[in-house]
Design a protein around this ligand. Structure first.
Ligand code: ACM
Ligand code: ZN
Length: 731
């Protein structure tokens, strides 16, 4: 089954205007989808197929009018807009453009009540807020088959996404046949397991989770070695593009350059700066913009790409380019000199500019990741803003007149753990926040980088339900009634279940890794998903399908380690959540000596390691006094911080310490570990509790980061009141 209903109370995205009328419509076997014009034939066939799936009765496409009739409006006011009317067992959809008709079909499909298979009579007038409603998939880090990509297309089309950004190449795998350069796939599409694969397999084992195991059909024996990967022939690409087109989705190819191109620079001469290629400090050897042969190579690749994708845009990539080689390369330096460029950033801009000229000559517009603006960029480039820490990128771009696709990683990278990119934070995100000219915000896009996504099951788990929030802000701009949205999401989960599409049951409300109690505690879990169940263990083992079911509040009086795991109605398990319940005394506090000064001591070390415990072995740089747990102004680049002092606790109570950091952090109070948020990671907030007596308690936060960084601590009492930062002292 590909489709399933939801009913008019559970639309995602919510249409602009729904007027429900009396009565319901039903459709019987032999129903038809009529189309008024030949260009709607594909839409009618798609609708007939999808409606048959949803209703269980047979629909077929016919020329002329039908039980459902599709029409194109004479004039397009907003591309993608449509009206839909259902009455007297008939439906009629009139769309602004093909995509408008497809959006009307998506709405109609969601209107079938799964219990009764009927539709409430209604008139719907609807239009998208943004023209770019995108989803990005990365088939380089882990490959998806043609059928899997089509499943992704089916699902996102049904939520009115209209762009699929297909990240086809990267250092970990080249996934598209280029006839002129066959080694790109012969060699570049296959690998022995890399570190990312090993991490996936280790997690599969540690979490007992089959979704983290690379599928067996993605292995080949090549020269006696077991190799992992895959690629698409150009014929397969055409097939996927046509399939997506019928569903109103433009496919935008990204052949990332001049960085992230290991298969190209390693297998062909004259593409990189030097004969030796591989990895620099962080990124792979880039293309050499100093060599004409390298530019020729890049253009030759796109010469084969362009005819396969009949849409306006191609994506050049342009992110994360290591410029060390360019600094040393005589050809790059000669180019910089000959063109009078200031530096390597301008060399990158020149390269991007050359490619844009080439695209323009070939009838295409260019999109690039936001690094592309660093050395200047033409006004005609559209920017994908992904670096959430580069907040001025969308401002600079829109000031210049460039269109921007908004997808900052702290919210829109769905491969990240939910946490800071949770349903609510995405839903309430102000899309135009950093735009100098909001009319240049082209739209929004989710991203599914696949380093930790080895299967389609895991892809859907990361994508849903958060992709609903993206679908809705793309359709309606900013939204505020989150509670109403959440209820509709719960309705859509029923739909995902019947489609067999995996999804992550959002975090339990108010989840903490450490719960403190003095006498006893109640374990209360609430989940958005009424169709799912939670199983748990108390011995540290991973719950399985035989573990006890959580059926209501559990009272604990002793130290207990809970491991919870959600299971979908079909038995499919998700990830585990651990929380330790700890019986504590309020404990001793210090009396003020009178010598305390306001603020905390923050010692900065030049630290490059991956865990907090080693920070003090690095070179000491400087001491600051900070009035909060925060990164001091003046500490930069490689940051290791040890922040110490006392926290003044106003009364005996159980306090919650929420520690947000990017990368790792660790909090101790009274020398006891309260929050372990250690190791390299993107912004992640973990909360732990502690029973504390009135008075001063020693506090220590260790933190490290190598690029940007966030550090924030919030302390609340048991009634949820936030403690003021005036209560922090040091000697
Ligand atoms: C990116 O995430 N490197 C665009
Ligand atoms: Zn070079």
């Amino acid at each position: 089954m590909l489709f399933a209903g939801a009913n008019v109370n559970n639309f995602v995205p919510q249409p602009q205007k729904v007027v429900v009328q009396n009565g319901v419509s039903t459709f019987a076997d032999g129903s038809t989808v009529g189309y008024s014009r030949p260009e709607l034939k594909a839409a009618a066939e798609y609708a007939a197929h999808a409606l048959s799936d949803v209703t269980g009765v047979k629909f077929r496409a016919v020329k002329g009018s039908g039980s459902v009739t599709l029409r194109l409006n004479k004039k397009t006011t907003v591309e993608g807009a449509y009206t839909l009317s259902v009455k007297s067992n008939k439906a009629s959809i009139a769309g602004d453009g093909y995509n408008g008709v497809i959006n009307g079909i998506a709405t109609l499909l969601q209107m079938f009540d799964p219990k009764t298979n009927t539709i409430e009579n209604a008139t719907i007038t609807d239009a998208p807020a943004y023209q770019w409603r995108g989803m990005h998939i990365d088939v380089s880090r882990h490959f998806l088959t043609v059928d899997e990509v089509k499943r992704v297309i089916d699902v996102i089309a049904s939520y009115k996404f209209n762009k699929l950004h297909w990240h086809l190449t990267d250092d970990q795998g080249w996934r598209i046949e280029i006839k002129r350069y066959p080694l790109l796939t012969e060699k570049g599409a296959w690998r022995t397991h890399n570190e990312q694969d090993r991490i996936c397999l280790a997690r599969a084992k540690a979490w007992d989770n089959a979704d983290m195991v690379m599928p067996a059909d993605r292995y080949r024996e090549i020269d006696g070695k077991k190799m992992y990967g895959g690629f698409y022939t150009q014929e397969q690409i055409k097939d996927v593009v046509a399939y997506a087109g019928e569903r109103g989705i433009d496919v935008i190819p990204e052949i990332d350059m001049p960085g992230h191109m290991l298969a190209a620079v390693s297998n062909y001469d004259g593409v990189a700066c030097f004969a030796e290629t591989g990895w620099g400090n962080t990124f792979s050897s880039p293309v050499c913009p100093g060599k004409d042969s390298a530019l020729e190579f890049c253009k030759n690749i796109y010469k084969e790409i362009i005819p396969l994708f009949p849409y306006e845009y191609v994506h050049i990539g342009g992110d994360e380019v290591a410029k060390e080689n360019w600094e040393k390369c005589p050809d790059c330096q000669a180019r910089i000199k000959a063109l009078g460029l200031k530096n390597e950033h301008e060399l990158q801009s020149w390269f991007i500019d050359q490619m844009e000229h080439f695209f323009t000559q070939n009838g295409k517009k260019m999109i690039g990741w936001d690094e592309c603006i660093e050395g200047g960029i033409s006004k005609t480039t559209t920017i994908s803003w992904w670096r959430s820490w580069a907040k001025d990128a969308p401002t600079i771009a829109t000031k210049q007149g460039n269109k921007v696709i908004v997808m900052p990683n702290h919210r829109f990278y769905l491969d990240n753990d939910e946490d800071q990119a949770d349903l609510q934070n995405i839903y309430t995100y102000d899309v135009a926040e950093h735009a100098a000219d909001p009319s240049l915000v082209f739209g929004v896009q989710g991203a599914l980088w696949s380093e930790r996504i080895p299967t389609i099951e895991r892809l859907f788990y990361q994508a849903f339900p958060r992709a609903f929030a993206i679908a809705e802000i793309a359709w309606r701009k900013q939204n505020s009634d989150f509670d109403a949205f959440k209820q509709r999401v719960a309705g859509q989960m029923v739909r995902l279940n019947s489609l067999g599409i995996n999804y992550r049951i959002p975090n339990y409300d108010n989840f903490k890794v450490l719960r403190a109690f003095v006498d006893k505690a109640e374990v209360n879990l609430s989940s958005l998903d009424a169709t799912a169940v939670t199983r748990y263990t108390t011995d540290g083992s991973i719950p399985n399908e035989n573990s006890p079911l959580y059926t209501g509040a559990i009272t604990v009086t002793e130290n207990t380690l809970f491991t919870f795991r959600n299971y979908h109605a079909n038995g499919h398990p998700g990830d585990c959540y651990r929380t330790r319940y700890e019986r504590q005394e309020y404990g001793l506090s210090f009396l003020p000596s009178g010598n305390e000064k306001p603020g905390l001591k923050a010692q900065w070390y030049d630290y490059r390691g991956p865990i907090c415990s080693d920070i003090e072995s690095a070179k000491f740089m400087k001491q600051f006094i900070v009035n909060d747990v925060t990164i001091p102004d003046g500490a930069k680049n490689n940051i290791g911080l040890v922040i110490t002092g006392y926290i003044n606790i106003p009364a005996n109570d159980v306090y919650t310490f929420s520690l947000l950091s990017d990368d790792g952090s660790v909090l101790t109070i009274d020398s006891r570990l309260v929050v372990d948020n250690d190791k390299e990671h993107s912004a992640l907030q973990l909360a732990g509790e502690m029973a504390l007596s009135k008075g001063l308690h020693p506090i220590c936060v260790k933190y490290f980061d190598h690029n940007g960084g966030i550090l924030q601590l919030t302390v609340t009492d048991s009634r949820g009141n936030v403690l003021p930062t005036e209560g922090l002292y040091c000697h």
